[in-house]
Design a protein around this ligand. Structure first.
Ligand code: GDP
Ligand code: MG
Length: 314
């Protein structure tokens, strides 16, 4: 689908297939370009899975904050998938009175990473594209602080593991331990030199997304590693900055299963970028079986297309 077609579909609220619902309220394309009075247009994605209890105040705060405090166009797009609660009803209600809020809805179990990959297809419509969690762990002001650092880099990521980071409520000790073990494994495999790859707050330039989107293949919670590794390999600058974070109750993460899935996914990512990738077809049936057992989304085929099309889900 061409960009203009996509914008038109979003405007009309029509899906490009029976399987995808595009929210009516997306005001696209956003006005691009920095002028003396205008800041870059901003597209903020919020992945959401069964968030009816947490998302409403977060959407209201983000809408209000960016309407009144951001001197540029801003559109918040909630990307839902497979929700079995009324998240969509809550999003629609908030969107009625807040034109900054829109949504994309996918019934397929594409997971958080898959939702962001789909949302990033709207990137050509704005100058800057970012994402945050639906639970408000990153406040609008904290996200805005990342955006303000964009003149220094191509991608700015929040970090909870720097000296100046402010943690109002930390993750549980189990999560923090798992996070550091994961960090060591990631560092030894990818040499990203990033202290916190998993913080849910990141922002990047449109050009970055356009260049690396076809390399995004991991749909589970290890998606961020895929994103950061692709950005780094493409030669863009990533700036990690301390952020303010409040861990929220009601996490969707099941530590054991999520950690194992993430570990497998980064091993796969490493293999994809190694001479051993030729051996992958040999392991494909085993991989598929393990991911099925873990109820994890499968690796996506590389695609050069921006189509919202789930035939690329293996
Ligand atoms: N679209 C989508 N979003 C998801 C999925 N799983 C988690 N998320 C979102 O990812 C974000 C982080 O999830 P959360 O449970 O808060 O994880 P934690 O903060 O790492 O414990 C939230 O916005 C969730 O709604 C999923 O399967 N699909
Ligand atoms: Mg959370």
């Amino acid at each position: 689908m061409r960009l203009d077609d996509r914008a038109a579909l979003v405007h009309s609220g029509a899906g490009n297939s029976a399987r995808v619902t595009l929210g009516k309220q997306v005001r696209l394309p956003l006005e691009k370009g920095v002028t003396q009075t205008k800041s870059p247009s901003l597209l903020l994605l919020i992945p959401a899975y069964n968030e009816e209890a947490r998302i409403e105040p977060v959407l209201r705060e983000y809408a209000e904050y960016f309407r009144t405090k951001y001197p540029g166009d801003c559109q918040v797009v909630v990307v839902l998938n497979g929700c079995v609660d009324n998240t969509i009803g809550v999003v629609k209600r908030v969107a009625e009175t807040n034109p900054e809020i829109a949504w994309l809805e996918f019934p397929a179990p594409i997971s958080k990473g898959g939702a962001i990959i789909e949302g990033l297809k709207l990137a050509p419509l704005a100058d800057l594209i970012g994402y945050v969690d639906a639970d408000g762990a990153t406040s609008p002001a904290a996200f805005h602080d990342l955006v303000k650092r964009m003149p220094e880099a191509d991608c700015v990521i929040g970090s909870r593991w720097m000296k100046e980071s402010v943690l109002h409520q930390q993750q549980s000790n189990d999560r923090r331990f798992a996070s550091r073990v994961f960090h060591l494994i990631v560092q030894s495999m990818f040499w990203l030199n990033i202290k916190d790859t998993q913080c849910g707050a990141k922002v990047m330039r449109r050009e970055v997304v356009e260049k690396i989107h076809h390399l995004l293949r991991i749909a589970d919670m290890a998606f961020d590693i895929n994103l950061l590794y692709a950005i780094k390999r493409a030669g863009f600058k990533i700036l990690e900055v301390p952020t303010e974070w409040t861990d929220k109750m009601g996490s969707k993460v099941v530590l054991g299963r999520t950690s194992l899935t993430m570990l497998l996914s980064i091993i796969r990512l490493r293999m994809v970028h190694s001479p051993f990738h030729v051996l992958r077809p040999l392991f494909a049936p085993l991989e598929a079986w393990i991911y099925m057992k873990l109820k994890a989304p499968l690796l996506r085929r590389p695609t050069k297309s921006w189509d919202t099309d789930f035939t690329n889900l293996k």
